[in-house]
Design a protein around this ligand. Sequence first.
Ligand code: ATP
Length: 262
Amino acid sequence: MNLLEFQNVSFAYGENAILRDVSLSISRGQVVAIMGGSGSGKTTLLKLIGGQLQAQQGAVWLDGENVGALNESGLYAMRRKLGMLFQFGALFTDLSVFDNVAFPLRERTQLPESMIRDLVLMKLEAVGLRGAAQQMPHELSGGMARRVALARAIALDPAVMLYDEPFTGLDPISLATVGKLIRELNDALGTASIVVTHDVAESLAIVDYIYFLAEGVIVAQGTPDEVRASTHPYVQQFINARPDGPLPFHKPAPIYAEQLGL
Ligand SMILES: Nc1ncnc2c1ncn2[C@@H]1O[C@H](COP(=O)(O)OP(=O)(O)OP(=O)(O)O)[C@@H](O)[C@H]1O
């Protein structure tokens, strides 16, 4: 069964169409990357999954529920099934590493403190940072902070993990560590993961499938091997990191000379 499915989803801000007839699916155990240029609609796609936005057409299904049809209490319950790690997914600076990871457990469950302790230590062990439990966020490196945020995101054993640019700002070793953790945690927890990223090399190493989004449409998709072998111009532009190509460097604008009054 698909844990997450977009069925012909269209979304617009007013007149401005952002996603057009997007269909994709992710089953349990899969890690899928969504790649696309700036403004292609990646964050909008994540907000549709979280129910912060609603599709005007089509449906988003998460673990058998139509997200767009949920009322407020339904959304609150549904979000418990989602783990999110955002680029600057800030830790609470005045809480220790331990208390950061304990936060969602204390907030969303009635578990006794002894059980919360065991769960927090288990999640920290999973990201290799049990030894940092008593440290404060400012004492951590950027890579360690990202791993603590990851431990916090999986605290409630989500069915689906969403990662928004999880590699941004990390040194190469931390980047590889976070990539490896995304894959390992997905497999160990039996979740489905969506990774929104620009980082082609790192993603191809860890994901099962890639969707390329351009101007709100899925223009190409495939497994890492298919993507590497693809001659599709969008895919080529991404893989070779070319600044210009089917994804233009210039946002459409009036004719320059006319705008300058020449
Ligand atoms: N609240 C909003 N109101 C109107 N337009 C918006 C709003 N939020 C985003 N947009 C527009 O929607 C388009 C898609 O934005 P989105 O944030 O989904 O892109 P993205 O692919 O995540 O880009 P990036 O990689 O730069 O974060 C952009 O053109 C943006 O200007």
